[in-house]
Design a protein around this ligand. Structure first.
Ligand code: UD1
Length: 425
């Protein structure tokens, strides 16, 4: 297991370019199997979850070529609809559930293990299943596998009980190949939903309304390959914005879509950080002391739950008492103990964390509890006085491309060390 060692106290300075959006590409790659065709996808980040998804598709029979950030996915030869043997790969990420919608759409059948992903609370997939059932599938869950079959896949009117990113994309993936019209109400509106819909439309699908809470899909019989470039990652962008703010740095973040960052820009500005939209990016200038703010996580365009943990780190050194209310995932405060070990003053009451700023965080050994908590730990290490060791960074590798190199280019003192599993000593 690798660890990061960070010598804190260096303001980030310079430029960083953002890679493609993890949560978009993890919907787009399965979408590419919806027809017997070949698609070229650019701006694909080199991260563990993407690499795992590629391995799963190859095992199913797809031919995949990768050169730098370009992926060619060829499914001209039939691929298997049965993913049950690849539980090890699917169990390590959330997005493996998109194979359900994509394989159901193409083959009217799918067997896919229940997904894994970050341990941040109860993560049912009942809304995905409700959608598939409405489209005509019978769904059985046994021995950890979701087994679906739909002799006929037909359009349906689906009202999601909760706003779910995963269910919205998954239902779109199946509905594009159903007979007739599907309407998804109370749909999620995240930028990656629009990105997956744009990709599907380029493949010949007929989706309208992605990005609003009502998505209308008219099923098509034929789809074809296409060329597509994935949008930049909103959460990675936000992570660098917060790292710059926390270190009192001054950075230009390139290859971003500023519109996607509005909730973050607004909160950082409220804290006294200077955030400027420039020609080809967003410039962030940290100004201390940071002011305390209140944040509530909400579906897009609200403040993203995936940036709740990095935001908490900023609050640990802001003047006054800030609050974060986590309204999406009930167990997303597991990382708080690690910040307390660094001297942060945080109390949790149900879904709200109250954080009273301290003068500085003190370096120690901390661990990452999940992907975005990992990003938070890195920011904490960047501002701590002394040397912080962050263990279990395997979580970070799932979603951040070249984090250590990028931070080093921005002036951070960070290195990766390999740790032997103590059990093997
Ligand atoms: C996706 C993202 C994750 C992000 C989250 C919220 C991927 C691979 N992951 O996760 O990074 O943190 O969106 O932006 O894109 N829910 C149900 N039933 C369901 C589905 C969801 O009750 O069938 C609930 C969840 O428990 C949660 C809320 O709905 O409280 C939102 O979940 P959802 O948007 O589906 O998140 P994920 O797709 O798991």
């Amino acid at each position: 297991m690798d660890a990061f060692i960070i010598e804190g106290g260096n303001p980030l300075q310079g430029e960083v370019a953002i890679s493609g959006a993890k949560n978009a590409v993890l919907g787009i790659i399965p979408a590419a199997v919806l027809c017997a065709c070949s698609s070229k996808i650019d701006n694909v980040p080199d991260i563990k979850d993407v690499n795992k998804m590629i391995v799963i598709l190859e095992k199913l029979g797809a031919e995949i070529y990768r050169e730098k950030d370009t992926l060619i996915i060829n499914t001209e030869k039939p691929i298997s609809y049965d993913v049950s043997d690849y539980e090890e790969e699917t169990g390590q990420m959330r997005a493996s559930y998109y194979l359900l919608g994509a394989l159901l759409g193409r083959y009217r059948k799918a067997i896919v293990p229940l997904p894994g992903g970050c341990n941040i609370g109860d993560r049912p997939i009942d809304q995905h299943i409700k959608g598939f059932q409405a489209l005509g599938a019978t769904v059985v869950i046994e021995h950890g596998q979701v087994k679906m079959e739909a002799p006929e896949l037909r359009g349906a009117h689906i009202f999601l009980d909760v706003v779910s990113v995963g269910a919205t994309i998954n239902i779109m993936l199946a509905a594009v190949r159903a007979d007739g019209k599907t309407i998804i109400e109370n749909a999620a509106k995240e930028p990656h939903i629009v990105d997956v819909a744009n990709f599907l439309n380029l493949m010949g699908a007929n989706i309208k309304g992605a990005g609003t809470d009502v998505i209308k899909i008219v099923g098509v019989e034929e789809m074809h390959g296409c060329e597509y470039s994935v949008i930049p990652d909103q959460i990675t962008t936000g992570t660098y914005m917060m790292a710059a703010a926390a270190t009192e740095g001054d950075i230009l973040i390139k290859n971003v879509i500023p519109k996607h960052m509005e909730a973050i820009t607004a909160k950082l500005s409220e804290m006294g950080v200077i955030v400027r939209e420039e020609d080809d990016g967003i410039r962030v200038i940290g100004k201390h002391p940071l002011k305390a703010v209140n944040v509530k996580t909400m579906p897009y365009p609200g403040f993203p739950t995936d940036l709740q943990q990095p935001m908490a780190v900023l609050m640990t050194i802001a003047q006054g008492t800030s609050t974060i209310t986590e309204s999406i995932f009930e167990s997303r405060f597991k990382y708080v103990d690690e910040l307390r070990r660094m001297g942060a003053n945080i109390s949790i009451n149900s879904r709200t964390a109250s954080i009273t700023g301290v003068k500085s965080l003190s370096a120690t050994k901390i661990r990452t509890t999940d992907l975005r908590a990992g990003a938070a730990m890195v920011i904490a290490g960047l501002i701590a006085d002394g040397e912080t060791k962050i263990t279990e960074i395997v979580h970070i590798d799932r979603g951040y491309e070249n984090l250590q190199e990028n931070l080093r280019n921005l002036g951070a003192v960070i290195r990766r060390v390999s740790e032997k599993d103590p059990a093997c000593l």
